[in-house]
Design a protein around this ligand. Structure first.
Ligand code: ADP
Ligand code: MG
Length: 411
């Protein structure tokens, strides 16, 4: 199937071509016709499968097709996303796809000055992309007029729930017109996300392309059992030196852990940057740009920073610490193996990560491959009882990897 079959405006097709997209991804093939039909939609598909274009293109098409219903300068389309990086990613896509049309857009995200945002809101805007907190700030000051709003998109809805935004989303939904088309995207459509979708969407179509989601089949995943943090440092150093890591994100549990790891890696002579919630927006943006341009090989990040990250050449994701929730694990490793690329996700697991490992394996229904590096074998071993997967892992044997460089014993 080609984009031509989707009945999109010529100018949008031209922009799609300029982006170098050859054919629509499965979620795009399925979602675009539904959205063009004016239906509410809840969609789930693996991260990196092109959900952004799946909603941006048909929305832009409809904005081109019809005149605004009311005389107002307020947004005709509001996209709400959990983090500023993610909002910026959506903004970038809207800019790219509206290359050949007139579609004023703006964003309201936290961590940046209010002034320019206030100025932006005084001019007509068609597509507004926002994170919940900052949007509500502006709404509270009466700066938003939603009278001509036609589209509401809740992107990464599961993540917004994880981040405790449910009350914020309710307030936002309550403030926009009843008469609208609502789209919700999420990595999964279960539990609370599903209930949220049912309360905010009208008779929605549902598209779930999650069969491979949880497995992330294009991503090779493995874990190393580690004795302690020192052991983790040795394992990571081995990988950074020996595997063909072109570019990697290394996740830590805390900001402090991230800073400490950065110092550690720098001392070993690596070029490394850090991304976490304490950084000023300008510093974050600089780091993101440097990653995009391949100027930095290693990026240490916390979960908050994970969502919007989209680096084309990311070969590896390392979990220096496992995340607290299995969903976060899925999101983290989804940073690599984007679109058609393959990627590698390596997790360093010690005693304190054990519970997290159990819940990840339960959620994915998959036992992660245990790997060993010669000379860097753990002294301790994993707890024996694996209540989650029963005997599924019994026949498993560790794969030994050649480690001539590391033959020297660590201790
Ligand atoms: P998701 O929201 O599902 O995680 P994104 O919309 O961020 O995924 O898209 C992931 C990557 O795939 C982006 O770099 C995007 O430019 C690219 N992409 C999207 N659609 C296509 C397509 N049809 N062909 C090629 N690349 C695409
Ligand atoms: Mg997305």
């Amino acid at each position: 199937m080609s984009f031509e079959h989707l009945n999109l405006d010529e100018r949008l097709l031209k922009a799609v071509e300029a982006c170098g997209f050859q054919e629509p991804t499965p979620i795009q093939q399925q979602a675009i016709p539904v959205i063009l039909d004016g239906e509410d939609l809840m969609g789930s598909a693996q991260t990196g499968t092109g959900k952004t274009a799946a909603f941006v293109l048909p929305i832009l098409h409809q904005l081109l097709q019809r005149k605004p219903t009311k005389k107002s300068i307020g947004p005709r389309c509001l996209v709400v996303a959990p983090t500023r990086e993610l909002a910026q990613q959506v903004e970038k896509d809207v800019t790219a796809f509206s290359k050949f049309i007139k579609c004023p857009q703006g964003s309201l995200v936290g961590g940046v000055a209010y002034g320019p945002q206030i100025q932006m809101l005084k001019r007509p805007v068609d597509v507004l992309i926002a994170t919940p907190g900052r949007l509500l700030d502006h709404m509270g000051q009466g700066r938003l007029d939603f009278s001509r709003l036609e589209f509401l998109v809740l992107d990464e809805a599961d993540r917004m729930l994880d981040m405790g935004f449910i009350g914020d989303i309710r307030r936002i939904v309550a403030a926009v017109p009843e008469q609208r088309q609502t789209l919700l995207f999420s990595a999964t459509l279960e539990g609370q996300v599903l209930r949220m979708a049912q309360s905010f969407l009208k008779d929605p179509e549902s598209i779930q392309l999650t069969s491979n989601v949880k497995k992330h089949e294009q991503i090779s995943q493995r874990i190393h059992w580690a004795d302690d943090a020192t052991h983790k440092h040795h394992l990571l150093a081995h990988y950074v030196k020996t595997e063909d890591v072109t570019q990697a994100v290394i996740f830590t549990a805390t900001k402090r852990g991230a800073d400490a790891l950065v110092s550690h890696l720098q001392r070993q002579g690596n070029e490394v940057a850090v991304l976490h919630g304490d950084l000023k927006q300008t510093a974050r943006k600089k780091t993101m740009d440097q990653m995009h341009h391949g100027k930095i090989k290693l990026l240490v990040a916390t979960d908050i920073a994970a969502r919007g990250l989209d680096f084309k050449n990311l070969s590896h994701v390392f979990n220096f610490d496992l995340p607290n929730t299995a969903e976060d694990y899925i999101h983290r490793i989804g940073r690599t193996g984007r679109a058609d690329a393959t990627g590698t996700a390596i997790s360093l697991v010690c005693r304190k990560d054990w519970d997290a490992l159990v819940s990840i394996e339960r959620l994915t229904g998959q036992k992660l491959h245990r790997d060993l590096i010669e000379g860097l074998e753990p002294r301790s071993s994993e707890p024996k009882t694996r209540s989650t997967l029963g005997n599924a892992g019994r026949s498993w044997k560790p794969r030994r990897r050649g480690g001539s460089l590391m033959r020297r014993r660590r201790r």
